[in-house]
Design a protein around this ligand. Sequence first.
Ligand code: HEC
Length: 437
Amino acid sequence: MRQFQLLFLILSPLMSAQADTKIAMRVLRDECLGCHKPGKAKGGLLLTTREKMILGGDNGASVVPGKAEESPLYQLVLAEADPHMPPKKQISKAQIAALDAWIKAGAPWDASVFDELPKAAPVTLAPLPATYQPVLALAISPDEKRLAIAAGSRVHLHDLSKPENPRIGSLSGHDEAVQSVVWTLDGKTLITGGFRQIRLWDATTQQSTGQITTAFIGNLTALALTADQRTLFAADGEAGGAGFIHRIDLVEKKVLATWKAHDDNIYALKLSPDGKALASAAADKLARLWNMADGKLISSYEGHTNHVLSVAFNKDATQLATAGADREIKVWDVKSREQDVTLGDKKTAFTALAWTPDGKALVAVTEKGGGSIYTELKKHDGAQRSDTAKQAKLASASGMLYSVAVTGDAKRVFAGSDDGKVWLWDGSGKQTGSIAP
Ligand code: HEC
């Protein structure tokens, strides 16, 4: 007993010093970093590393470790300070005390704070205008008999086994635009992601059967579900902020882990067909591959020069296709991270991609209402692009296309547009109809 007490006495100052570091650095992250980061170093001051913070800005050192009273970083947050930081706000007494104690303790650095999920900023949601119904997500049920269309805040279900693909129901309950949709493998449940909210739905009764709302900070732009239907991955982030991935236990409806995956918003997530890895595509121009079990980074795919908007695996997970706002589709060798194939005519940005489960057809759609079905992909040899794949162009639709889904036989392609319409093509690229909003 005594030994324990002794140990506690020795450890507790250390432990609390560590906690203070995190608390103080969260103040920097949440209240200061927005104006003191690369590209926006107000007053010449960067608060991204301890060295830069100490080096300071136009007026010299911002922190003198051990001496809060000589540190502008502390002095300028006090109520009477001029200039005052942040310029138009008074941070709380507790935040000021945390900075004071931290600087007195020598201002130790703990960069992991910058990778934490920030606190969700308060928002008041204005109702979505009824006319705003971009089809941000599409999902074909595993039996290929139904199509889920996310249009604005609702999800419509259509019967693909009937000639005109009639609407058979709608899911309503989200307040904001539905960003992502997945079916469970048994086709019984639909899972949708919106703003700070994941909902589960009975696909037959179209009733909401549950929701998960904790811990999210922004739009849940992508979802991926494991084959055992137990684990759901969700992409999250504030607009323009870092991209986080949550690992969620669907049975317990609990977030098990969250990690910072990208420096900017994530647009797409895909699980590899072998169920081992998770791919992400983001606005930071990168695609990344994660170990599904522990969320460790396996590799980064660097080469796009603009946002990576979509990602897909081939059949045996040896290749990864990425679609970029840089108007290129790149097909990567998953292991070597080399670019096997580059597709596209460099004229239009690709917004969404889908690879048929047999790996034979890769479908991509564009911001200009077009797209292509690529088959027989061949590796590059040098500069020629034209020979890298067989290409069937999708006859142009109207509007910007945001989402795509394809049947396993590659004979039916669906793409959702910004005006709420879903366009249909056959395997040769001929337009065969549309589903009105
Ligand atoms: C909305 C933008 C903004 C935020 C947020 C902000 N600052 Fe500043 N900061 C500025 C500007 C602008 C200046 C230059 C002010 C001037 O010279 O009058 C500045 C200057 C400074 C300086 C002086 C740099 C120098 O050498 O001249 C310090 C120190 C500083 N800020 C600390 C902080 C801290 C600490 C926070 C958070 C508690 C913070 N700032 C939040 C905009 C911001």
